[in-house]
Structures are given as C-alpha cells and as structure tokens.
Design a binder for this molecule. Structure first.
Ligand code: FMN
Length: 173
C-alpha cells in the first residue's frame, strides 16, 4: 500500500476549505420560531445529535446571520429534519426573509417553537448553551419534545446536502 503524506502547512483558503467540507454529506434542518408574532427561521446543515441524557442537539450559525439575533430571543425553538422533497423549501428558508415561509405548512407551539408539518422528525427545544467557534457560534439545544414520522410513510427519506447540491439516499435493495 502506498501512503501519500498529507502536505503540512497548507494555505487553507476559503475555496479549498469549502470544497473539503462539502465532501461530507449531511441532512438539513429548519430552525424556526414565532418571534414578535412573525415566523422567523433559517435552514441549517450543521445539525448534529449530541447527547441522550440530557437530550441535546446542536447546530452552528454564522456570526453574520441577521436572523439568529431574533430567533434566539424566542422562548422555544422548533427544529425540523427536512425530507427529500423539501429542496425548494430549503432554498426558500435560506433566501429572502419575507418569503421564507411562503406556501410552507407549519405548526407553532404555545411557546413559539415552529416546525414544518411534513418533516421527518420535529423537535421542540430551548437554548442550552452558545459556544463561540470562529466565524460561527455552536448552538447547543435541549430537547423538550420529539416527534418522528412513521417508518412506513413513503415520504420518509431525508434531504441530503452534498457538494453544494441536494441529493437523496438510494433505496436499499
Ligand atoms: C443547505 C443549506 C444549509 C445551510 N446551513 C447553514 C448552517 O448550518 N448554518 C448557518 O449559519 N447557515 C446555514 N445556511 C444559510 C442559512 O439558511 C441562511 O441563508 C443564512 O443564515 C443567511 O440568512 P440570515 O442572515 O437571515 O440568517 C444554509 C443554507 C442552505 C441552503
């Protein structure tokens, strides 16, 4: 076996980093809440499950986000794992704020957590911790309620974000 050593002290420019990070496929969640009577939210592919006890998940938000300062004021946040038919909804949730929820069917709790009705999994959360991490903030969320779409539902395939595009998992044989 030939092992090529990883060149050290590379010039890690943004394009090179984006390309390398894009090699890692991920799902996408919608992070949303009702803030001051307005639906507020964004799409995030940085979602990760963190802990079972206590139940924690995380996502990273860019420090340039104009939405996060509003969203973080909500008493509760909703997270929705997007399904493979949510490609357009996902782009919408990352686009102009005034159209993020156009034609999107959502449910809001009394505490303001907003989730998409056709999501594969939905979480009701509160902010547990925010950790500064370079040009992003890692937001750790505590879960208060979860709901998962039934396995036999034929829409139960996740949206997959990979190399700046959307894909889907192949059906297993
Ligand atoms: C597939 C996809 C994944 C994204 N993931 C993240 C993410 O993990 N963190 C983040 O801060 N923004 C992410 N974004 C961008 C946000 O959805 C949103 O466009 C960005 O926060 C700018 O809007 P804002 O200024 O209203 O926050 C993603 C966008 C897309 C399309």
């Amino acid at each position: 076996m030939t092992v090529t050593p990883l060149a050290t002290n590379q010039d890690l420019d943004l394009a090179r980093l984006r390309e390398a990070f894009g090699a890692f496929p991920s799902g996408v969640v919608a992070v949303a809440a009702e803030v001051g009577g307005r639906l507020t939210g964004l799409a995030a592919s940085s979602f990760t499950s963190v802990s079972l006890d206590p139940p924690l998940v995380s996502f990273s938000v860019a420090n340039t986000s104009k939405t996060w300062p509003d969203l973080r004021r909500a008493a509760h946040l909703g997270l929705t794992v997007l399904a493979d038919h949510h490609g357009e909804v996902c782009r919408q949730l990352a686009g102009p704020v005034e159209h993020r929820f156009d034609e999107v069917t959502v449910t809001a709790t009394d505490d303001g957590a907003v989730t998409l009705d056709e999501g594969l999994a939905r979480f009701d959360c509160t902010i547990y911790r925010e950790v500064e991490a370079g040009d992003h903030t890692i937001v750790i969320l505590r879960l208060h309620a979860v709901e998962t779409l039934a396995d036999d539902d034929d829409t139960s395939m996740p949206l997959v974000f990979h190399r700046s595009g959307f894909g889907r998992l192949a059906e297993s044989a």
